[in-house]
Design a binder for this molecule. Structure first.
Ligand SMILES: [Cu+2]
Length: 390
């Protein structure tokens, strides 16, 4: 009953949030004479932000945009603050330590503008996570055909569903200011299980789960401007989880700021440089002294001794840093280079307006509550196509 109440509370909040959006939409409704100028700029390759930026543009009335985006991400090694921590050092405190992680995400999106004053956007994703770990101990159970202590974990499935309303506050021929009122619906699993060596199934650690488990507000505001062959923009964004999820934890809010500049080389190609900084906090949990790997009901920690070496006095209650809710937060600054490509209008037909874009991202500063896995690099590649329904 208690959970039902909470769900109703969240729905109510979403309703008010939605109402506020509609009020905003109607409020900006009056300046619609300038809207037609949008058509003249929308065919520029750089009229869409670098691919890693979401919700950067709105559409004209009756326009539908479909998109597909692939993201590949690699993480390597551990950081505590800004300093690296070796696997060996981390194993003094944990039974299991992650060494590498690979993430892949296929995102499918649609944008639709019923009116110039509002564009709706929906995005869902299919994710796969793969993590390699080293163990401090050998297992008595399970047949290993790999080096002792080496473990692999995998999780695959649907991510969270993102819905948003984009409200152009300013829509001039050269500049746009867009308010993004977004929400995230927890369609991604947070109870994916795997093994950690033996035959015992455990719930995989936080970074391996596919969703946040919580309803989130995802507000953003984006400004972009064109100046001759150049364009630039800025976006501030946040993700605010609203409720504790079904496993008794809640992700911390994330805030971020991104700045980019792009240069149009001709009518079909632009290149971009982007920098951004992001900060996110640790996980709060109402389940005390519980390892991620074990269920919420009472768990005798010594049961690990059935297949593990005795826990050294320096060891924490968490089997791995990835399972400690207090080792999930951090700050990261990134630099990215990108290319936007569009088939120009002169080609006509269904080819005109087809967009392809790529962005390659590297962190330049990472300060993590650790030991926590360090981000290596990210690549985003995608396709977008907008067309008028009326
Ligand atoms: Cu779009």
């Amino acid at each position: 009953m208690k959970i039902e109440k909470r769900v109703w509370g969240i729905l109510l909040m979403l309703f008010f949030y939605g109402s506020a959006v509609i009020v905003f939409a109607n409020g900006t409704h009056t300046s619609s004479d300038e809207k037609s100028t949008d058509q003249t700029t929308s065919t520029r390759p750089d009229s869409h932000a670098p691919l890693g930026v979401m919700g950067d543009h709105a559409h004209g009335a009756g326009e539908l945009m479909l998109s597909y985006r692939f993201m590949g991400m690699a993480m390597n090694g551990l950081l505590d603050g800004t300093g690296t921590v070796s696997t060996e050092d981390a194993l003094l405190h944990y039974q299991m330590v992650p060494t590498t992680m690979k993430m892949q995400m296929h995102s499918f999106g649609a944008m639709f503008a019923p009116h110039d004053s509002v564009t709706f956007m929906a995005m869902t994703s299919y994710r796969s996570n793969f993590m390699e770990m080293e163990g401090a101990h050998t297992h008595a159970t399970g047949g290993h055909d790999h080096p002792v202590g080496h473990q692999e974990m995998e999780s695959v499935g649907l991510g969270d569903l993102r819905l948003s309303a984009l409200i152009p506050l300013l829509n001039a021929s050269y500049a746009d200011l867009i308010l993004n009122a977004g929400v995230s619906i927890p369609t991604g699993a947070i109870d994916v299980e795997g093994t950690h060596g033996g035959d015992e199934l455990i719930v995989l650690p936080y970074p391996m789960q596919l969703g946040s488990g919580s309803f989130e507000l995802r507000p953003a505001v984006t400004f972009s401007e064109m100046n001759g062959s150049w364009s630039y923009g800025a976006q501030a964004h946040a993700a605010i989880p609203l409720n504790e999820n079904s496993r008794g934890y809640r992700m911390a809010p994330t805030v971020g700021l991104t700045l980019w500049g792009a240069r149009k080389l001709n009518d079909w190609l632009s290149i971009s440089v982007r920098g951004w900084i992001q900060n996110w906090g640790n996980i709060t949990t109402s389940v005390e002294h519980t390892e991620m790997g074990t269920s919420e009901d009472e768990h005798d920690h010594t049961s690990h001794d059935s297949h593990a070496a005795p826990i050294a006095p320096t060891q924490t209650v968490y089997m791995s840093p990835t399972m400690d809710p207090n080792l999930q937060g951090g700050t990261r600054a990134n630099l990215a280079g990108g290319i936007n490509f569009i088939v120009p209008d002169r080609f006509g037909g269904i080819l005109a307006g087809q967009r392809l874009a790529v962005e390659f991202q590297m962190p330049v500063y990472q300060n993590l509550d650790g030991p926590q896995m360090a981000l290596g690099w990210t690549i985003v590649a995608g396709w977008q196509y907008a067309f008028g329904l009326w």
